[in-house]
Every structure is written in C-alpha cells, then in structure tokens.
Design a protein around this ligand. Structure first.
Ligand code: BGC
Length: 764
C-alpha cells in the first residue's frame, strides 16, 4: 500500500475520488457560532480556523462566489473569487477554476497603524451572515498597539439583482482616536490557486470619474476578465487618489477624524469576462459609471433575495440549529446556481473553495438538482442544459474508450471531456503512483444524468426542453450502453463488468454492480419511452435526431432486449441485493470494533484492505433503493428496503466515508421509522460545513450534502410521495419539531406543505 502524498497543492480535498489517497484526520473544533433563524453569527476571531470560516462565510450570486476572507488580508489566508466557467489549464488535473482578482482588499490605517486582527487588541468582535439578504458583516472594536480605539463595521454582498455588481462598505467610528485615517482599496490582479497564478496582466488604469480598472487574461484558455472599482465617502470630503502599481490598481484616500465621528467608505466593484462580453474591461467601466449608490444597490439585492426565498424557504419550528442549518445549506446552493448561463454547472465544492478544482460530478444531478426542480425549475433547466452542451465531450470520451454514443465524464468542466486526474502522487519518493480509476470505471454517471433529465421532465412537464435538449441526452447515452454492456452467452444475460459503483471503496473486480446495472436498465426503459414519445409527438425532431445519432429501430429493440436481460444480483429468497458479484464473499467487518475512531475506514485499513472487506464508503444498494423509491420501481419496497438497510447500513462508513451518505441514510431511516437515527444523520449532513464535521470544509462547501439535506427534509421527514395528482406528504417529524413548512413547484403549480407532528400534516 503506497503512502499517499498530501495532495493539497494540486488536489486539495482529502475526499478525493479514492479518499484513501489522502490521510484524513477529523477534529471537531469548537465553532463559537450562534444560530438564529436567519443569521449565522461568529463571536470570536480564531486564526486557527481561518480556512474553514472563509468557506463558511462565502457569499455569491450565481455568477461568482467570494470566500469569506478579510478585507485587510492575512498571510495564511486563502482568498478566492471564483466565476463560473473561468477555467484554465493546470498540470495533473487538466483544468481548474482560476481564482479571479481579489476585489475585497481594503485597509484602514490610523496614524500609520494598519488595522489587523493579529495586532493591537480586539475589544469586541462579531461576524454575521444574513441569509435573508446575502449580506456578510463584521463589527470589530479595535485598540491599536498605541491605544487608539475605533469601531469598524465592514459589510459586503454580491448583488443577486445584478450579478456583475459587488458592494463593500466600511464604516469607521472613532472612540478616542484623533488624527489621520488613510484608506487603501485595491484590486489584486495576482490571485493564486494555492501557489499557481493563472493570469497575465493585460491593462489597468483610471476610470472616468475617479475609479480604477484592471484587465487580465488566463494564460492558456485566454479568457479575459475586466474589473472596475470606485470609492465613495460619506461623512467627510476628501480627494481619492489612484495609484497604478502594476497588477494592483489602488484607490487611496485620507481624512482627519475625531472622537465621536463616523465616516463611511463604500467600494463598488463591477466584473465581466469575455465569456459574456467582447470587451470586459470597458464593459466593467461602463457599468461602474451607471451603478447606483451602495444603499440602492443593496435594496435591489434584498428584493431579489426576497423573491427567491419566497419560493425556496423551509421553516422548521422547535429546533433553531436545524432551522438555521437548512437555510444556510440552501443559501449556499442558491449562490452558486447559474441564473443566466446554461453552459456551466454547480461544482462539487460550489464556488467556495479549491477542492475538486471546480469540477462537476453526479453530485449535481442526483443530490442538488431536486431542490431546484421543485423550487426554481428554470435553474434546474440551466443545470441540465449544461449537460446537453457537454455531449460532444461525452462523445469524444466514448470514442476514445472504444464505445459508441455519449459517455459522460466522471469529472466535468467546460468541454465535457474527462478531467478526473489519472494519477495521484505518493509522498514517499519510493512509493508507487496511485491510479485513479473513477475516470474509467465510475460510469453510472451516464445513467444518473438521464435519470435527472427524466425527473425534471416529469416534475415540470417541460416538453419543449425535452424535445430540444433532454431527448438527445437520454438517447445518446442509451446508445453508449449498447456498446458497453456485454452478453454473457453462458448465462444468457447482459452484464456490465469492471465498474465502480457509488461506493468508491471497491474499484477492482467490480462487475454487475447492482446500482449501476439497475440504473442502466431504468435508463433504457425510459429511453424507449422517450424515443416513442418523440416519434409520436414531434416526428420531425425525431427524424433529425435519428439521423444525428444514427439511431435505427434496431437500437430500440436492443434497448428492450437489454432491459429484459440485464442481470441484477438480487436474491428473492433473502430479499438481499448483492452490491456486486462476489461482494458477499469478501471478509466481513464489524465497524464497532474500530470505535472510537476519527478516520475513514480506508485510512485505517488502507485502500487494499478496505477493498477486500464488506465496508462501504457511501450507500450503494441503499442509494439505488432511494432512487427507485420515488416511482416505487423495482427493487424498491419497504420490505426489501428494511432487509437491505439491516445489512448495509452497519457496514457503511457513514461518518468518515463520503459526505454524500448521511442525508441519504436520514431519508431511509425515516422511512423505516428509525427517527433517532434519521435525525442524527440529518444533523450530520446539516453541520458538515458549519461545524466542519469532517475537518475538510476549508476546501469548499459540500454541495451534494446541501442538496441531500433538502431531500431528507422533504422526502424523509416530510414523507413526500408523488401521486398522479401531485405531491402528498406523510410526515414523520423529529420529536422536537413542532412544524415543518415548505412548498413544491410541480407541473406549473405550487403545493404548500405545513406539517405538524403526529401525522397532522396537510398538503394543499
Ligand atoms: C464521492 C463521490 C462524489 C465526489 C465528489 C467522492 O468522495 O465518493 O460520490 O461524487 O466525492 O463529491
């Protein structure tokens, strides 16, 4: 077993495809957060939690995300502004979201003493994220080393009303300070992805009137970015100077202050890239010139948030941590969901950190998408349309692997080509490189995406989108499966060999993985329906697609044949589904024997050791049962669920395996009436980032867990099932909850649910 390198340089998430490639030790820090119904409040500054808190306090607007780094900057900080689609080449992992110029920088200098939290004395401190408006604020009472005391109130937001506009405010109040305050506000054109700089400087200068602009270009992908900024003072008048340090344009102003006086400095910033406009620097300047004052900009943002929350809010009464946590998790999804761009999608770590390099996984379609389908279907459509635009990449991948049709990338970026790294490198100079097999074998994604397409269509009735986009996704991936399945002539059945299922602890000799095989079978069942629907409803489109994909009625019969004969390792005598052929022959394990522990089972046993035992990183058979539960399709039944739960749940590394697991277990435990277990798993998912439960929140938000959490609320505790007349709830709320309220958009209508304990739920 090779000793793994700390991949933080190139691949900084411990939860790598094969998380055994990185040692993960979990410490659960004291978080010092206060949770209110709409605000997350930090009451102490803890330099040791810098990265975790930067992730937690990420703000954004669906166009960009900005980590919660401080305006004054710290040497160990990881400030980042990530913009959808701004990818650039990088060794080993092919491409990554390039960290964009830092717009936050603002220094306050009191008679030559620069405000910093690690100098002088912090007399009072509070940082607050207001989820209702997306406003991040910080109030600090600071005594400088020489004894000057001031109150500093910082605020920032990324406007949801106008995604190219960003606002930052610093209010300075003097308690005993008398003298000169200098404020320096910059744009940093040298942002780094942990040591790697993607940008070439193209230009910078002074805007008319009195602001600054910066233009940079990614080194390889040649994406240009323009940013512009201006400062406005309230409470004093003073000249604003422009200093054009190369790559670092800065606005400086200085004014006298006396005790009792308050002065406000507003920094307004605009940003565009060549993905939207031809001349981003000019557009950013023109936009800046017409940008309203800070308070008006904020009002418009507040209004936009109000509309969004009216569609998406979830009310929990009786459990303030759960209430805040669900809003927080939904907030993090909403700030990274592209609103006006359907050629990008939500990455596994959103736009909040460097983990997984901004790559998109099945996390989006299976875990995140349902929230958007049921609350903001237009955003769900954007996310799925992204996959349509990635089809060419998926076709290249299929061709390169010797298959037909479209084979989606396990990790996807801006072309749809596979960007999962092939290798992870060991720290031990004599150790062997570690091959990452997900790119070759974790092919269930080519059924997961069609599953999501179908789900979107069923929930929205969006026939036009299905005709123009969805059908091609479903059909060309179905073509891929024809070339990927193998006919076992001895047993007269189709098989799918050498895969990785949802559980990534097993990646060698995994054939006929129940999850993969049943998802493929389900996919082909739907492909036939879509094929027939298109022919009957839109014959012209059907003919065009038939020609483009070279479909024949022969293929349709092959799909049917595969549907009829694809092997699912299910034993009706026990009701057990075998995770894959031979899984039950592996050495069994009792996870309790390893308690207490703070590491994943793969870290403890090694990659090889885990793969030789019946231990799962995340639900696999149970994941399948969850996905088949909505339509009550084979093999879902409560009885089969119970039998398989009893087998697989105790063998799943639910706390330290994958963050995708706990929310799914919460739903299934809830179905089985295990309310304590359901609540424990729900809170584990709810707090994964807020309380850094897994110790790796610093590399970004666990987006799949956020989406899974919403599903756990609605389908688990709410017990929502879809009937031909719409969604109906059978609630089983955790004991402390007095109320669970949410609404679902289903086929053009809103359905409101206001659920109370003891099955007193009501759906309208
Ligand atoms: C999980 C995958 C997931 C990926 C990105 C891995 O650790 O096993 O299922 O897609 O992380 O979140």
């Amino acid at each position: 077993m090779p000793k793994a390198q700390d991949l933080s340089e190139f691949y900084p998430t411990p939860n790598l495809c094969q998380s055994g490639a990185v040692q993960m030790t979990v410490t659960v820090p004291a978080c010092a957060f206060i949770y209110t119904d709409w605000a997350l409040i930090e009451t102490q500054f803890d330099p040791d939690q810098l990265h975790h808190k930067e992730t937690v306090f990420t703000i954004g607007n669906g166009y960009l995300g900005t980590r919660g780094s401080f305006e004054e900057g710290y040497p160990r900080a990881l400030p980042a502004t990530l913009i959808h689609g701004v990818f650039d080449d990088v060794p080993v992992v092919y491409t990554e979201l390039a960290n964009c110029p830092d717009w936050l920088l603002l220094s306050v200098i009191l008679n030559g003493e620069r405000f910093r939290l690690d100098q002088g004395e912090i007399l009072a401190y509070e940082r607050r994220l207001d989820l209702r408006s997306g406003l991040l604020s910080r109030s600090v009472r600071w005594r400088s080393p020489s004894g000057s005391t001031v109150d500093l109130n910082f605020e920032r937001f990324a406007s949801l009303a106008d995604e190219h506009a960003l606002g930052l405010r610093c209010q300075i109040s003097s308690l005993n300070f008398e003298g000169l305050i200098e404020v320096q506000a910059s744009l940093n054109g040298y942002p780094e992805n942990q040591g790697f700089n993607h940008w070439e400087q193209v230009g910078q200068g002074k805007t008319d009137p009195g602001g600054i602009w910066l233009q940079v270009r990614t080194r390889n992908s040649r994406i240009e970015l323009g940013m512009a900024a201006r400062l406005t003072l309230l409470g004093t008048e003073s000249a604003i100077e422009v200093t054009n340090v190369p790559g670092y344009p800065t606005l400086t102003t200085a004014f006298q202050m006396a005790p009792g006086q308050t002065i406000t400095v507003d920094k307004a910033v605009t940003v565009f890239t060549s993905r939207q406009v031809e001349a981003p620097a000019q557009t950013a300047q023109a936009k800046l010139a017409e940008l309203p004052a800070y308070t008006d900009l904020f009002k418009a943002n507040e209004h936009a948030w109000d509309t969004v929350w009216r569609q998406s809010d979830v009310v929990i009464e009786g459990d303030i941590s759960a209430q805040l946590a669900i809003r927080y998790n939904l907030f993090q999804l909403m700030i990274c969901a592209p609103r006006h761009d359907d050629k990008v999608s939500i990455a596994a770590k959103t736009l909040s950190g460097f983990g997984y390099r901004g790559h998109v996984f099945w996390d989006t379609e299976i875990f995140i998408l349902p929230f958007f389908i049921y609350s903001q279907p237009a955003l769900a459509r954007n996310l799925l349309t992204y996959r349509y635009y990635m089809l060419d990449g998926a076709r290249r991948k299929a061709k390169d692997s010797g298959y037909k049709g479209a084979m989606f990338a396990w990790e996807s970026a801006n072309t749809g080509d596979e960007v999962t790294p092939r290798w992870a490198l060991p720290t031990d100079p004599y150790g062997a490189d570690i091959r990452i097999w997900c790119r070759d074998r974790e092919i269930h994604i080519s059924a997961d995406i069609p599953y999501a397409v179908w789900r979107y269509w069923q929930m929205t009735g969006d026939d036009a989108w299905m005709r123009d986009y969805g059908a091609e996704i479903i059909l060309d991936t179905a073509v891929f499966w024809i070339s990927r399945v193998e006919l076992n002539t001895k047993d007269e059945r189709y098989e799918i060999r050498e895969v990785i299922g949802a559980d990534e602890y097993h990646e060698h000799d995994v054939s006929n993985n129940a999850f993969t095989n049943r998802m493929v079978q389900w996919h082909l069942e739907k492909a036939i329906l879509v094929y027939d629907w298109l022919h009957s409803q839109f014959p012209q489109n059907a003919a065009q697609l038939q020609e483009k994909l070279q479909l024949t009625s022969k293929q349709r019969s092959r799909w049917q044949d595969i549907v009829n004969n694809l092997w699912i390792p299910y034993d009706p005598s026990t009701g057990l589904i075998e995770q894959y052929e031979g899984f039950f022959d592996l050495e069994d394990i009792n996870l309790a024997d390893y308690e207490p522990r703070s590491q994943s089972m793969q870290d403890i046993l090694g990659m090889e050791g885990a793969s030789q035992r019946q231990v799962l990183k995340q639900p696999d058979v149970l994941m399948l049962l969850y996905l088949m539960r909505e339509s009550q399709d084979f093999p879902y039944s409560l009885d089969i669920l119970e039998k398989n739960w009893n087998y697989y749940a105790p063998r799943t590394d639910i706390t330290y395996g994958s963050s995708l697991g706990p929310a799914m277990h919460a739903i299934l435990a809830s179905d089985l009436g295990q309310s304590e277990e359901a609540y424990e798993r729900f809170m584990q998912a709810a707090m994964v980032d807020l309380e850094n439960v897994r110790g790796n929140a610093g590399s970004g938000i666990h987006a799949a867990s956020c989406g899974g959490l919403w599903q756990a609320l609605v389908f688990g505790f709410g017990g929502v099932q879809l009937t031909p007349n719409g969604p109906v709830a059978t609630p089983h709320l955790p004991p402390s909850w007095n109320r669970l309220k949410f609404k679902l958009h289903w086929r053009g209508y809103w359905h409101e649910f206001d659920l109370r304990p003891e099955g007193k739920g009501d759906s309208h």
